[in-house]
Design a protein around this ligand. Structure first.
Ligand code: ADP
Ligand code: MG
Length: 358
């Protein structure tokens, strides 16, 4: 099978830089360009030192390999970004030989943050999948007898001769209905339920959600600002599921600010990103939706847990809002992340692929 070597290198999640015997750049792939904030045009022909800023440790490592011909692996080198956003990379440098002669170096640069995100995405997926199987099983077993209990309680209520018995029967009916709603909520996790996809205008979805919450009591005292990029194209998605996702998130933000008041800023923009939830982290255009609130924030110790099913700090909460939201975003091959600073606020960032591969 013949494959274009260049496109293969560009598809890799690792940065690759090839140096010639003088330590000058011969070629580099797209991930290396991203990590080093350079382009092929700017980098090829330049000495390796030019690719790095103040921290020359990776350049020195390459020179050492050119000098003694031995491969080296080093973890956690810093690469300074131009906007102060430093990356941490693992570096491996291997000598290249032409016959017996040392002819260059192949540098492999691995962005540690991407590796961590990939691991997070995989473990979230696995957790949701196994939870989904359990939830589906339990939901089924609970739902069946509920109908019988409700019917029997109604009969008892109708036949009751005193008020106390009647109100006890009504209580049973009400509580049964509450359980049924909860069960419906976690039936959502049933694996394999299909998405009904069609072209979706994300701003219409968000406006629809805000129209619903505008009428809710919890929304009083909260200002909502929309920072929408009107050039965003339709995405192929399930509009009902996305509405449910954003409704859960907006309600959470409103509940977090209830009483105190505050502000929600909803931002939409496009990014050219790795789709970490797709196999091999394909590159492609993404839609980013950010919901930032000025609520009390979430303590770092529980930030990783708030999206697990049944985690709640609210007396009347079910702990399913974020879990359901993440479930549907994951089903759309997207990601949902939370950032929070206690005392400042919480931001939920959702990335959805704009071009869905077959
Ligand atoms: N915007 C937010 N600000 C502060 N805390 C939040 C926010 N969103 C979610 N949380 C925390 O995460 C928990 C879980 O949220 P969720 O899954 O929607 O369940 P529920 O809303 O039923 O509690 C909440 O109880 C709350 O502690
Ligand atoms: Mg909630």
């Amino acid at each position: 099978m013949a494959r274009d070597l260049e496109s293969m290198l560009d598809a890799m999640l690792d940065g690759v830089v090839l140096l010639d015997a003088r330590g000058e750049v011969e070629s580099l792939n797209s991930e290396a360009c991203r990590i080093l904030e350079t382009s092929t045009e700017a980098a090829v022909g330049r000495p390796i030192e030019d690719l790095f800023g103040e921290d020359q440790s990776t350049a020195k490592l390459s020179r050492a390999v050119l000098a003694d011909g031995r491969a080296v692996i080093e973890r956690e080198h810093a690469v300074e970004g131009r906007q102060g956003d430093d990356l941490v990379i693992d570096v491996s440098a291997s000598p290249l030989f032409d016959g017996d002669e040392l002819d260059g170096v192949a540098l492999l640069l691995r962005d540690c943050a991407i590796q961590k995100s990939l691991r997070d995405v995989v473990s979230q997926r696995e957790a949701l999948a196994s939870f989904g199987c359990i939830a589906a099983g339990i939901a089924h077993e609970i739902k069946n007898p509920l109908g019988g209990i409700r019917g029997a309680a109604e009969i008892l209520g109708a036949r009751a001769s005193d008020d106390k018995s009647r109100s006890a029967a009504e209580l049973i009916v009400r509580e049964v209905d509450r359980i049924a709603l909860l069960v419906d909520d976690f039936m959502v996790f049933t694996p394999g339920e299909d998405l009904r996809v069609a072209p979706v205008n994300i701003h219409r979805v968000l406006d629809g959600v805000l129209a619903v919450t505008a009428h809710e009591k919890i929304g009083a005292n909260v200002e909502v600002e929309r920072v929408f990029d009107p050039s965003i194209p339709d995405l192929i998605a399930d509009a009902d599921r996305l509405s449910q996702v954003f409704l859960n998130l907006v309600r959470n933000a409103l509940q977090a600010m209830e009483g105190e008041g505050g502000k929600i800023v909803i931002t939409t923009r496009m990014a050219f990103d790795r789709h970490l939830s797709l196999p091999h982290g394909q590159l492609g255009p993404s839609l980013i939706v950010e919901l930032a609130d000025t609520g009390p924030g979430i303590e770092a110790a529980v930030l990783d847990e708030v999206a697990t099913p049944f985690f709640t700090t609210r007396p009347e909460g079910t702990g399913l809002g974020l879990a359901v939201a993440r479930h549907w975003i994951t089903r759309h091959d997207g990601t949902l992340r939370l950032e929070s600073t206690p005392g400042v606020g919480t931001t939920v960032r959702i990335a959805l692929p704009l071009s869905r591969p077959k």
